[in-house]
Structures are given as C-alpha cells and as structure tokens.
Design a protein around this ligand. Structure first.
Ligand code: CP
Ligand code: NVA
Length: 332
C-alpha cells in the first residue's frame, strides 16, 4: 500500500511510522533540489493556512511562510497577542472557528494538550510548531541535515544531545531516533533526565526499530564515537528566568566546546543546534546573562558554533524544506 498522509496532523513523532518519516525526508530532499534548480511546481494554490504563535519564532514562522508562498498558499500570522485564543476564547472554540476558514493550522504554544485539542476540533490538519513537550517539525529538518552530512544510513548514525535532557528537543530527538533506529545518547546530569515513564516509552519504540537510547551523566562518555553532537538552550521558552543561575551551574560541564568535540575521538563529528543559541554575549539576553552570571557562552562555545564542523544553518534552511514536505504531503 502506498503511503498516504493526506489530511493528517503532525502533533508528535509518535503518530508516524518510520516509513512515513522517511517518506517526508525523501519529499523534502526532492523539494530542496527542485527549488535550487528553479523547477518547483506549486501544489498548494488556493490553500489558506493560519499560523498561531503563543511564543516567539524566527525559523518556524519563516519556514511555514516561505514554504506556503513557494507552493502558492496563503498564510495568516497570529502572534502572542492579537487573537482571542486562550485569553477570551477557548482553544476548542478557536479550533472550530479556524477550521471553517482555513485548510490547515500551525500552532506553537505551551501545552501539548492545546495542539491536540486544536486537531480534535478543527477538522483540518494541525501542525505542532513547538510545545513545551515536543518539536516534531524540527526533528525532520535535523534528520534531513544528518543525511546530507554523512554517508551513513540514518539507522547507523550515533549522536548525542547535551543539555537539558527533559526539554522538548531532547524528548523529540529521542523519539525520532527510536523510530528511525538510531543510536542516541542524552548527556545530562541525572536531575535533568526525562522521567522514568518517558524513558520506558522511548525504550519501547526503540526496541521495535533496533534503536538504542541511552542516558549518560558523564559528558565525555556521552559523546564518545558520535557522528553528531546536538545541543539546545539551557532554559527553554516559558521557563522561569530565575532558574538561569541553577541551570548554568548544572549544565556547565556539558557545554559543547573544542574539548568535548575532541572527546568524540571522531575528527568528522558535526555540531548541531536547533537555534537560537547562546554562543556569545551579543544579544540582549546574552549580555544580561553575562552581567549576572559571568558567562559569555552557554550551551556551545563561540569557537565550535563558528567552526567548519557546525551545520546549524543547514539545519535552519532545512526547516523550510521539511515543513514544505509536510504541507504538500498532508494538503497537496
Ligand atoms: N528552531 C526553532 O524552532 O527556531 P524558532 O524558535 O526561531 O522557530
Ligand atoms: N528548547 C527550546 C527550543 C527552541 C527551538 C525552547 O523551547 O525554547
């Protein structure tokens, strides 16, 4: 039976089979080549997509907007203020309103339950553009980038995530790796490991796909032999800024710097980050953290971020191609 994703929502990676995820990656690869070659064909003419952002975004918003425009669709952006959602109108009511006008809904917010309610009541595909729990569209871009920077099959790849092992990125990477049969380690202090229920959950998925998902408190052991080292901010959007001090202390040994890259023992290891990143103190928040805590880079050193091993901007570009693949597969 050929795979058909028409009408499907993208709420979490759990909802997709490994073959469906691979198909989306294949479509994204073709779309990237088509765009580069000036051969792109619009398949979404006349479609209207609403983009709801309860949190800020650069890549996800741009990815959805450019993907839609390239394909002939129209978008409406609703930012953290300016619509009634969650303020004076329930998510369930908003879903039923937007479903009457739009062909699809993208949602970035806090609760995973909200994106699920939208999908249950909108009657059109809903795409999770990040919640506190998961960031599924980012993982597709990451796996697409991995395919571009290694000759290995995805299922032969070893990679490590260093940092807050409970956050949306760590969890989504773990589920994605378990689905695709990869060898993935979360390098984090035990306080920042995901809870046991989640660890059992990914272990179950991993078992059926020949993957291995490990949790390791020793930073050097976590990265040994990896093809990719991935990291993310130490405090995610929506977390209490008062926690910065404690998080910096906990995660300092897990910073991806030249010594940690060398500890892989693999001269070809690439560095990945979903972005945005605190690799210097040149942003408002970066300056503030430097003044308060005396650190000018957090999860990654500026040296590694700017090094030839860094593929972070390829990842960023691939957000658009993979989002486009999702739009075409579910709406086209
Ligand atoms: N990686 C990512 O989701 O970036 P934005 O927050 O800019 O969308
Ligand atoms: N963990 C980060 C990811 C940003 C793309 C956050 O939620 O802020």
């Amino acid at each position: 039976m050929p795979i058909n994703l028409r009408g499907r929502s993208v709420l979490a990676l759990e909802d997709f089979t490994p073959a469906e995820l691979r198909l989306l990656l294949d479509i994204a690869k073709e779309l990237k080549a088509a765009k580069r070659g000036g051969l792109e064909r619009p398949r979404l003419s006349g479609k209207n997509i609403v983009l709801i952002f309860e949190k800020d975004s650069t890549r996800t918003r741009s990815g959805f907007e450019v993907a839609a425009y390239d394909q002939g669709a129209h978008v409406t952006y609703m930012g953290p203020s300016g619509s009634h959602i969650g303020q004076s109108e329930t998510v369930k009511d908003t879903a039923r309103v937007l479903g009457r006008m739009y062909d699809a809904i993208e949602f970035r917010g806090f609760a995973q339950a909200d994106v699920e309610v939208l999908a249950r009541y909108a009657g059109v595909p809903v795409y999770n553009g990040l919640t506190d729990e998961s960031h599924p569209t980012q993982i597709l871009a990451d796996f697409m980038t991995m395919r571009e920077f290694t000759h290995k099959h995805l299922s032969d790849i070893r990679f490590a995530f260093m940092g807050d092992g409970r956050n949306n990125m760590a969890r989504s990477l773990a589920v994605g790796a378990a689905k695709i049969g990869m060898h993935f380690t979360i390098g984090a202090p035990e306080e920042l490991w995901p809870d046991e229920a989640f660890r059992l959950h990914v272990d179950q998925i991993a078992k059926t796909n020949g993957a291995s998902i490990k949790f390791e408190a020793d930073a050097v052991a976590a990265v040994k032999g990896t093809d990719f080292i991935y990291t993310d901010v130490w405090l995610s959007m929506g977390e209490d800024p008062a926690r910065w001090g404690e998080r910096i202390e906990l995660l300092r040994p897990y910073q991806v710097n030249a010594a940690l890259m060398a500890a892989t023992g693999n001269p070809f290891t690439k560095f990945m980050h979903c972005l945005p990143s605190f690799h210097n103190a040149e942003t408002k928040m970066g300056k503030d953290i430097e003044t308060r805590y005396g650190v000018s880079a957090m999860e990654v050193s500026d040296e590694v971020f700017e090094s030839p091993a860094s593929v972070v901007f390829d990842q960023a570009e691939n957000r658009m191609h993979t989002i486009k693949a999702i739009l075409i597969a579910t709406l086209g």
